[in-house]
Structure formats: structure tokens, C-alpha cells
Design a protein. Structure first.
Length: 317
């Protein structure tokens, strides 16, 4: 698989990035050996770039994969915006990956220059860790166009991980066209760009070909360095790799990967604490007198709401 340099970081990444959220307890919760098998299939077919996050709890899978090749590119992210919290998140990543450095460590879901400035203590800790050799490059993830635009004024933010898909699903403050304009300017400023949610968290699976062609065009026009796709089976890995490598896909594989769309499910033992409603930035959840109501048209199936459920009542199924 073709590799691109991530901005001016000196880090070379495969055009496909394996999003590991799908493997872990917020989604499929695969046994370690099954998850490793899926990751190994990706590695053996040229994927060298793997995305995780502190809240995903998928370090154990990647630790095993790193035993096969210790030089794979790993990105993780944290919601801890204090100096102490950020340091703990980083140290956890290093410990659980059994590494003394991580390639990319980002802050989750930044919104604008105001969050960059408000979370300055955490960013300063990232920059310090980079000087110490514990991080190779820093940056942030975002669902907002404003954050991509504002990042142009912050030279220290080397890598941006924005949400973009053909239909703009999940972009919080505008359209896909507007996000693309912001990404274009970021690339002109030599920011490293890798993108997320090409299928809108599974919502766009029935328009998969159109959505993936859109992503291929981003790669072709040098508007992204890599595309993160969540994959939970070997079939999904092979489908995506063949698609982006321009290889033919047989009907059996095509049909096998067009599974029933996933959806968010809240179990009967939900205590209606409202944590999930506050956590959902897509406004897909509403607390009513009859319980938590899900707007499936807005839900990205990211599983983030499940991470704040005290009784583990939320699943992506």
C-alpha cells in the first residue's frame, strides 16, 4: 500500500489508517486473539498506521501487533485537558503499548482557538513530552471546520485529524465543501492531515462506493495523507485495502461486507443519569420522561456515549 509523509513530521503513513475503536469494548469487544488476527491481516496487506485513544481501551491489541513489528505508526488521543491528566494518559499509552515513545499523541475533539487556548496546559505538556522524545508529533482531532481554520495560527499543532465525508455527516458547523476548503488551507500550511468517518460511522454504508471514491479523490489530490477507517473483520480489511489499491473485488467479499447497518442500543437497565446525553456532541440523544431517546439519523455509532455510562447499558450492535 502506498505511503505518504504526514505533513512535515517526517512520519510516513499508509493511505489507510486502521481505526481500532471497532475492536474494543465500546463496539465489538473482540477477544484478544480475534482482534489481533484482524490487525495482522491489515499489517500483512500494507497498513502501517493505527489509530486508538485512551478511552477506546484497545492498547492490548496493538501491544500484541507491535510484537510483530515494533516500528508501526501508532496514534492515540486523550480527553484529559489538565497537565497532570494529559501526562497520565500519555504514560498509560506508553506502558500499555510497551514502548518508550508514541508516534502521534493528540487532544480529542478541539473546537476552535478558544479550546486550543483553554487547553494550553495540556498542549504544553504534549510539547514537553515531544522534547523528551516520548512523542514524535502532536496535534488534535475535531468535528469542526472552525478548529481546522484556527489551527493555521498555531505552528506547534503539526497534525490535524478532522471529520469529513462526501455528505458532511457529523460535521458540526458546516458542510463537507466548507471543511474541504479549510483542509486545503491546512495542507498549504504543511499540516499533516488524516481524516475520519468516511462512512459517517456506518450511516452511509448503503452509499459506500460513492463515499470511498470521494476519499480516494482526497488522496489523489493530496488533500489528506491517510484515511482512518474502523474495521472489525478480516473481510472488511481486505475489502478496503483492495478498494484503495484499485484491485477488483469479488461479489462474495462485496456482499459479505455490506452487513446490516449498526445501530446504537440502550439496555433496559439504563439508570437515565443523562451522562450520555451530555457526552453526545451530535445531539443524537435526548432525555425524556420515558427514557433516553435516540435519533438514529444523527447518531454516528462512535460509541463515545457508552464510555460515560456507569452501568454499561449502551452498545453499538
Amino acid at each position: 500500500m502506498k505511503q505518504n509523509q504526514l505533513g512535515i513530521t517526517g512520519i510516513k503513513v499508509s493511505e489507510l489508517c486502521f481505526g481500532t475503536l471497532t475492536l474494543g469494548p465500546l463496539q465489538k469487544n473482540l477477544p484478544l486473539d480475534e482482534g489481533l488476527k484482524v490487525l495482522t491481516t491489515a499489517y500483512e496487506n500494507g497498513i502501517n498506521f493505527y489509530d486508538t485513544a485512551d478511552m477506546y481501551n484497545t492498547y492490548s491489541y496493538l501491544r500484541e501487533l507491535l510484537k510483530i513489528d515494533h516500528k508501526l505508526i501508532i496514534c492515540s488521543r486523550s480527553y484529559d485537558y489538565s497537565k497532570e491528566g494529559l501526562r497520565k494518559s500519555l504514560e498509560r499509552a506508553l506502558r500499555e503499548l510497551d514502548r518508550d515513545y508514541i508516534d502521534l499523541f493528540l487532544l480529542h475533539e478541539q473546537e476552535s482557538r478558544y479550546t486550543f487556548e483553554g487547553h494550553q496546559d495540556a498542549f504544553e505538556e504534549l510539547y514537553k513530552a515531544k522534547k523528551e522524545g516520548k512523542i514524535r508529533a502532536t496535534g488534535f482531532s475535531t468535528h469542526r471546520i472552525e478548529a481546522v481554520r484556527d489551527a493555521l495560527d498555531f505552528n506547534e499543532l503539526e497534525v490535524i485529524f478532522p471529520l469529513i465525508n462526501k455528505f458532511g455527516l457529523g460535521i458540526e458547523d458546516g458542510s463537507a465543501y466548507e471543511m474541504l476548503k479549510a483542509i486545503t488551507k491546512a495542507k498549504e500550511k504543511n499540516k499533516g492531515i488524516f481524516t475520519m468517518k468516511p462512512l459517517g460511522g456506518g450511516n452511509l454504508i448503503n452509499q459506500r462506493s460513492a463515499c470511498l471514491e470521494y476519499q480516494k479523490d482526497l488522496l489523489k489530490n493530496n488533500l489528506t495523507d491517510s484515511i482512518a477507517i474502523g474495521m472489525g473483520t478480516e473481510s472488511e480489511v481486505l475489502y478496503n485495502i483492495n478498494y484503495f489499491n484499485g484491485k477488483s473485488i469479488n461479489k462474495k467479499l462485496d456482499k459479505k461486507t455490506l452487513t446490516t447497518p449498526r445501530y446504537l442500543h440502550i439496555d433496559d437497565w439504563c439508570e437515565q443519569c443523562g451522562n450520555c446525553v451530555k457526552r453526545c456532541h451530535q445531539n443524537a440523544l435526548e432525555q425524556t420522561d420515558k427514557g433516553i431517546k435516540i435519533d438514529h439519523n444523527k447518531c454516528l455509532r462512535c460509541g463515545y456515549c457508552a464510555s460515560v455510562c456507569p452501568v454499561f447499558a449502551i452498545k453499538v450492535v
